[in-house]
Design a protein around this ligand. Structure first.
Ligand code: ADP
Ligand code: ASP
Ligand code: MG
Length: 406
């Protein structure tokens, strides 16, 4: 039995007209004799609207109720898709994740799918039905609704593909595939035909919203090939697969940028063992994610400067926590919004010396100042002023020959 999992993102089901188009894509696969399992996100904007409402009720809205609230968007989209398929003469129905059930572990807002009960869906597929399953959510041991992180329908699709042993898992979205950089930010971005899990994971974690990072981890662990393509334009998309399937002669595969980072600097911190831990412990306790970190070596051995980045939405909370932290002493606290992390990513970097230099030189030529640097085996990230983001993307895209990539 050839099973295909088709996932539709928010923009693909954003209007009634688009939902009708989605139903046509689904029936094409059905007519090709596939057993089709559909996973849908909420109509675009709906999840954000629901979250906004929760903030209006309370700035400390219960996380279990948050999950009940925000998961409702997917219910609407799934019933509309199923309704359209029924209208077209097909057998279809919506399946809410607790009806499947899709089981999750972990905390509310951020659970992980760990088990999917196949029986009911299998029976329904064998009867010729097209199940339309709500993405982004599941149910926990206590029988409470959970969600699996923003953009989580990607992970739902991949875990469904795993448990049902699907032949194909296709992520339909509003762009033609994964590009060398966000095509909505740089029109000269080029579609990537094939990319490794490792590169895609870095790109997703470093700002390429097209795939949710957790979903790529799940795909990599379970060796699920993913096709990313457009819901609107019939063209081949991008294949995300294991590295050994790829002949790669590119040094850099993609470039990413972030939107809402802020920089925190503590100047003149009394330097003693454990000082960094005393700064970061209360931040981590408050679920504040610290990203890039640099600590300068103190000239006199007594004082040091420490800089790190966080998400801008955590800035006020971070400021408060640092100011109230009795276990550290420093001269000055500097907070800076509007910084952006630019990263170049590529497995080709491992075997190619000089990538760091080329990146720094290309930015220097454009008079872009680098504030913080971090590297891993397959990526280099720099923090720059946000107003230079576009300029940096253009320069690096050219430097690493992505402009004329075939
Ligand atoms: P969906 O609603 O289908 O889940 P998302 O909005 O989550 O879609 O992801 C698609 C968006 O990701 C695109 O509109 C694009 O602006 C953005 N994006 C960021 N980086 C990239 C990239 N490297 N390649 C393709 N799209 C990207
Ligand atoms: N609707 C959810 C969100 O906006 C899940 C998803 O789109 O994948 O985050
Ligand atoms: Mg998405």
């Amino acid at each position: 039995m050839k099973i295909v999992v088709l996932k539709f993102g928010g923009t693909s089901v954003g209007t009634i007209k688009k939902i009708k188009k989605v139903a046509d894509i689904i029936t094409e696969y059905k007519n090709k004799k596939y057993r089709v399992i559909v996973v849908s996100s909420a109509m675009s904007g709906v999840t954000n609207e629901l979250i906004k409402k929760s903030f209006e009720i309370s700035d400390n809205f219960s996380s279990s109720e948050h999950d009940v609230l925000v998961s409702s968007g997917e219910q609407v989209a799934c019933s509309l898709i199923a309704g359209r398929l029924i209208h077209k003469g097909y057998r279809s129905r919506s399946w809410l994740s607790w009806q499947v059930p899709i089981l999750t572990a972990g905390s509310h807002k951020n659970s992980r799918i760990n088990q999917i009960n196949k029986n009911k869906i299998m029976k329904y597929l064998k009867e010729g039905g097209i199940p339309i399953i709500t993405g982004f959510q599941g149910v926990n041991k206590e029988n409470r609704i959970t969600t699996i992180g923003r953009g989580g329908s990607d992970a739902s699709a991949i875990m469904i593909a795993k448990f049902f042993n699907a032949e194909r898992c296709i992520i339909y979205t509003d762009v033609e595939g994964v590009f060398t950089t966000d095509p909505n930010k740089l029109t000269r971005a080029k579609k990537i035909k094939v990319i490794s899990y490792e590169e895609m994971l870095e790109m997703a974690s470093l700002g390429a919203k097209v795939m949710q990072p957790v979903s790529i981890q799940d795909a990599r662990l379970n060796r699920i090939d993913i096709e990313v393509k457009s819901s609107f334009i019939k063209k081949p998309g991008t294949l995300i697969t294991k590295r050994s399937n790829i002949i790669n002669n590119k040094i850099v595969t993609g470039i990413t940028s972030t939107q809402n980072d802020s920089k925190v600097s503590l100047i003149g911190v009394k330097d003693k063992p454990g000082v960094a831990a005393s700064i970061f412990k209360p931040l981590s306790k408050n679920s504040i994610n610290v990203d890039m970190v640099v600590q300068n070596i103190s000239a006199n051995g007594k004082e040091t400067d420490l800089t790190f980045t966080i998400k801008t939405e955590d800035l006020n909370k971070t400021k408060k926590i640092i100011q109230q932290n009795k276990s550290i002493k420093f001269r000055k606290l500097i907070l800076k919004k509007n910084v952006s992390k630019i990263s170049v990513i590529g497995v080709g970097m491992i075997a190619t010396p000089g990538v760091t230099f080329r990146m720094f030189q290309a930015l220097a030529n454009k008079k872009i100042n680098i504030q913080v640097i971090s590297t891993s085996e397959i990526k280099i990230s720099v923090l720059i002023d946000k107003k230079n983001t576009k300029k940096a993307l253009v320069a690096l895209h050219k430097e690493f020959k992505l402009d004329n990539r075939k």
